[in-house]
Design a protein. Structure first.
Length: 180
């Protein structure tokens, strides 16, 4: 496997005595496969069941833990995502909201783009009036290297749907997802 071969070469360049790490490249390749399994997934296959519902108010799944990798440094960004929406006629199972987050987290990412992708993905498969996504994460490239700001969290939020600019919905959503 190509990734395995390249990892082996990287290890050899870092560690002059890498002979004891014989099995590491294949393990790392497996980790890579899992960590970046979000590529090529079709969101309409991931979210493929819908239920009729008269519910017409805000539905939120909050604190969905995710692990992703910053595409600038390939170091972890670990945090939580909260996804909310206002349906019109149909809803999805709550676990599907978590699956959407995973789809986009398991890639090399920018948190800003990931936030938008999550919201647009839900909007693309379900007829909704409003979608909100709120992410907060520790970026190892900020907390563990460079400026080493260990307590800092990067916060992004994004809204879409026909009611995108509804300030009350934004406020309610943000109040709900911030309280812990
Ligand atoms: Zn970074």
């Amino acid at each position: 496997m190509d990734i395995e071969r390249h990892i082996k070469s990287i290890i050899e360049q870092i560690d002059p005595d890498s002979s004891r790490l014989e099995k590491t490249p294949s393990r790392v390749a497996k980790v890579c496969k899992d960590s970046f399994s979000g590529y090529g997934l079709d969101i309409s296959n991931v979210v493929d069941k819908f239920y009729d519902s008269p519910m017409d108010d805000l539905i939120i799944l909050k604190n969905i833990r995710f692990e992703s990798y910053c595409e600038h440094h390939l170091v972890p960004m670990i945090g939580t995502a909260s996804v909310g929406y206002v349906p019109q006629g149909k809803i999805v199972g709550a676990s599907k909201l978590a699956r959407i987050v995973d789809c986009f987290a398991r890639r090399m990412q920018l948190q800003e783009r990931m936030t938008m992708e999550i919201a647009h993905a839900l909007e693309s498969v379900l007829d909704v009036k409003w979608v909100g996504a709120y992410l907060e994460a520790e970026h190892f490239c900020i907390s563990r290297r460079g400026v080493k700001k260990q307590e800092s969290k990067f916060v992004t939020r994004y809204f879409c749907g026909t009611l995108k600019n509804d300030l009350n919905l934004r406020r309610e959503f943000l109040e709900s997802v911030r309280e812990n």
